[in-house]
Ligand binder design. Structure first.
Ligand code: UD1
Length: 337
């Protein structure tokens, strides 16, 4: 198939593009490089032995997007592009709603006149809100606590309404838990600009000497060791989940929501220990106050994706840490400009 991948140069997008190309699909990346580098696109081609096409377009530039979509002639779209920093979204709500929600509307409107009605959307377990019933199933109540989360919530609703209005649209909403790790080659990985918000990138940067120590955001949660518990899944497993969802969607159509997670909760202290074990590098840390907006624990019930997609996230936390470290140690400053 010809597949348009928005945000294809980003962290999850780049891993998904490699797998799509390896599976024999043609890939057209739409990316504005606002939070990614062209070098990622080059390395996708290097890993897959075959390049992706590239359209450097901002989803908010409607005329250029229409042209890029028409020229690409996709049969399906995997939509990653969007802003994703929770704290920044609280400070800049309009920018988040504009980029994420209006960007998605532009994309869907650009697709409408083409024959392409198949969309896989990058959502987040953040839509389960502040008091999740664990383990999280897809029919759990949804809400949000910040503009980033609300933007994912709103886009999910838009996609559901679109399918309800016209069931020739085939839609998969994928709710990711915590994507971590890197391609086992060490050639592509997560390259956060500025100070990392998320745990694994911060730990990796401490290990490589870019940061002095990790702040553990609270050890007084109601969890086994008091630190926050999350469901960390290998980004290559997550990328494979997109292929499985896409292939299923092409077979059966419809509108589906799938959790992509391991089903296992791991604490911050368990992540630190796994990273030290996998790399032999000690991670200095101090326990600080809780981060506003954090919840004690979140992990998936991935049964629906396991059964309907024949997909599981089976990389261990140790494998995840080893791969994250290979990427970080080989690319201490991330991708070159
Ligand atoms: C965060 C976002 C979530 C988003 C996801 C994207 C918040 C509140 N939530 O999820 O909406 O979908 O990223 O990947 O930002 N931790 C530390 N020290 C750090 C960083 C994190 O102790 O320097 C802890 C956190 O308190 C948490 C765990 O590590 O218990 C994981 O944090 P993080 O990687 O930021 O992911 P989430 O908070 O689950």
């Amino acid at each position: 198939m010809r597949i348009l991948v928005t945000g294809g140069a980003g962290y999850i997008g780049s891993h998904t593009c490699v797998l799509l190309l390896e599976a024999g699909h043609e890939v057209v990346i739409v990316d504005d490089f606002s939070n990614s580098k062209p070098e990622a696109v080059r390395r996708i081609g290097e890993l897959a032995g075959r390049g992706a096409e590239l359209a450097e377009v901002d989803l908010l530039d409607r005329a250029s997007l229409d042209d890029a979509v028409a020229e690409a002639g996709p049969e399906a779209v995997v939509h990653f592009a969007g802003l994703k920093a929770v704290g920044e979204s609280v400070a800049q709500p309009l920018r988040y709603y504009r980029t994420n929600v209006a960007g998605t509307l532009n994309l869907l409107e650009a697709l409408a006149p083409t024959g392409c009605r198949t969309v896989v959307f990058s959502s987040s377990a953040t839509v389960y809100g502040p008091e999740p019933q664990l383990p999280l199933k897809e029919d759990a109540p949804t809400s949000a606590t910040n503009p980033y989360g609300w933007s994912k919530f709103m886009i999910e609703q838009i996609l559901a309404d679109l399918h309800a209005a016209d069931d020739s649209w085939a839609i998969a909403t994928l709710r990711y838990f915590n994507p971590v790790g890197a391609h086992p080659s060490g050639r592509i990985g997560e390259d956060p600009q500025g100070i990392p918000n998320n745990l694994l990138p911060f730990v990796s940067q401490v290990a490589v000497g870019r940061r002095e120590k990790l702040s553990v955001f609270g050890d007084d949660y109601d969890t086994p060791d008091g630190t926050g518990v999350r469901d960390y899944l290998h980004v290559v497993d997550l990328a494979a989940g997109h292929l499985a969802a896409l292939h299923r969607l092409v077979e059966v159509g419809g509108h589906h929501v799938w959790n992509l997670g391991t089903g296992q909760g791991r604490s911050v202290f368990e992540v630190i220990a796994a990273f030290e074990r996998a790399t032999g590098v000690p991670i200095p840390y101090e326990v600080t106050d809780r981060r506003p907006g954090d919840i004690a624990a979140s992990y998936a019930d991935p049964t629906k994706a396991n059964q309907e997609l024949g997909w599981t996230a089976d990389h261990t936390l140790d494998a995840i840490c080893a791969d994250a470290w290979r990427w970080q140690s080989q690319n201490p400053e991330g991708y070159p400009d």
